[in-house]
Design a protein around this ligand. Sequence first.
Ligand SMILES: Nc1ncnc2c1ncn2[C@@H]1O[C@H](COP(=O)(O)OP(=O)(O)OP(=O)(O)O)[C@@H](O)[C@H]1O
Length: 584
Amino acid sequence: MQNENLNILVVEDNPIDALVLEQALREERSQFSCHRVQYLKDAVKRIEEQNFDVMLLDLGLPDSNGIGTFIKAHTFAPDLPIVVLSGLDDEALGVEAVKLGAQDYLVKGKTDGYVLARAIHYAIQRQRLVNDRRTAEYALRQSEERFRTIFEGAMDCIYLKDRSLRYTQVNPAMERLFDLPANAFIGKTEQEILGEDVSAYTKDIEARVLKGEMIEEEHTRRIHGVPVTFIEVRVPNRNADNQIIGLCGIARDITERKKTDFVPPNQIDKYSSPVMKQTMARLIMAAEREATILLLGESGCGKDYLARFIHVHSKRADGPFFAINCAAVAPELAESELFGHERGAFTGAHGRKRGLLELAEGGTLLLNEIGELSLTLQAKLLTFLDTRQFNRVGGEKSISVNARLIAATNRDLEKEVESGRFRKDLYYRLNVISISIPPLRERREDIPILVREMIAKLRSEIQLPGMPHISPAAMDALVNYHWPGNVRELRNVLERALMLSDNRNISLSHLGLDGSISKEWSMSVNFPHDRTLNDITREVKSALVNEALRRSNGSRQGAARLLGISRYSLKHYMNSLDLDFDED
Ligand SMILES: Nc1ncnc2c1ncn2[C@@H]1O[C@H](COP(=O)(O)OP(=O)(O)OP(=O)(O)O)[C@@H](O)[C@H]1O
């Protein structure tokens, strides 16, 4: 302080008094410069032009007198420390000025250099403290205002809870969603507001947050009877000593987004085939348990679709459903996709990422094409199934997750085990309940139902005004096709047929199945000496008619459609080929 070159503004109309002050000060310190003005209006002007460290202010000036002089100067320069100079007879004014914000007062004639230097020094120090506090308060106010803007304007629900999980603050979005005023929440627990059943699961999650975890999860709750799906993040709320004093939660309503996820309809009895009826019964039975499920079946037969069916019929229906296709994820990324990673766990891991297993908290995770999982990840998955805990890639902390696993594969896992490509222990662990999904060709009775359902769905997807009609011949062909690509192929064929038919009536020619039918059987061509072209043509015709009859399960009507001839022509053909034609 002593070495600082102080810039002092002396507001004093009496030049002798001003000189005395300056000289007194010079005895105490060498580095300062004094600028003297006689009028208050000049003081104001100087302050505008220049920065001063302190003002020495006489209260009796030609243009202002008494305490008003201080008030005006202080109002104009609230951050500048002011030391008031009072006369011997008006010391009380000095005291009053200090009460109003002056940093000190000195009585003229009783002030030596030491007292003056000290008064200036402390005035500057005190004013700095005042200014710092003011800046801090301003910053705090600003941050509070910013917080308030976010808190009040957010479309997401934001709330704070104390350690006993009682609400201490809720934002307007939350009031709107629940149609309750904020004071109906304050001091109450979620259970008291929403009921034990609705929010029983949050107790467990929030207990973990109070231990320091940040948890993000997805769930569906009934709010005023309407299911609403939320993605909710909860973080611990800490005080200045880093102690957890409660939690803060942010919940976003993602109901609209979820509507685009296809959820299988609740029609267990919709299938006609006995084999699918049995499969559905097993799926329902499995859904009601908590065990891991293994779905087996050819590609496209509906393993993903039925895994969702299990999820929506399980106790976890309100939780999230996630699926990963192990064959579609690059092996080097699969671990992080499944288990997540910590920041910097590997090149490119810029931030912390939560894996699908964590995201499926409270819900179900489908591991499709599980046979493609590397042996290392098989081991990690096994540990998770045994302990319900895992580590993120590059992470040291064990994370516990309450997610149900469904594994699916089109491979013969037993063979994979024999060849050493799949861990035996994991196979047993996954195989608690295994369900085989029959290929479409083994449940042809279901095809008309599936076709109608899919056409109705495609119609709503492309927003067609009327329901497209499918000709009986086309339906027969669909029922009789061998469907190597299963339900997926059926859907693709229908989608293409709708396009080709201009979204109107689908007939046989729109299906494009004819080529595939001919691919299915082969004919070796040779020319035996003992047979004529007529004989061979007759044989080929017989084979075609027999095949058509087989595919239409002996129906003459169906066979005629497949062959593209009338029922009358088929009868004629069959008679000429010496085949029996029984009426349907
Ligand atoms: N029973 C069904 N009803 C309606 N659509 C279905 C049904 N089963 C499957 N699908 C549809 O068929 C397509 C293929 O089904 P899905 O993806 O479930 O087969 P997948 O067996 O999991 O195939 P992959 O083994 O190739 O992964 C999807 O578009 C799905 O919606």
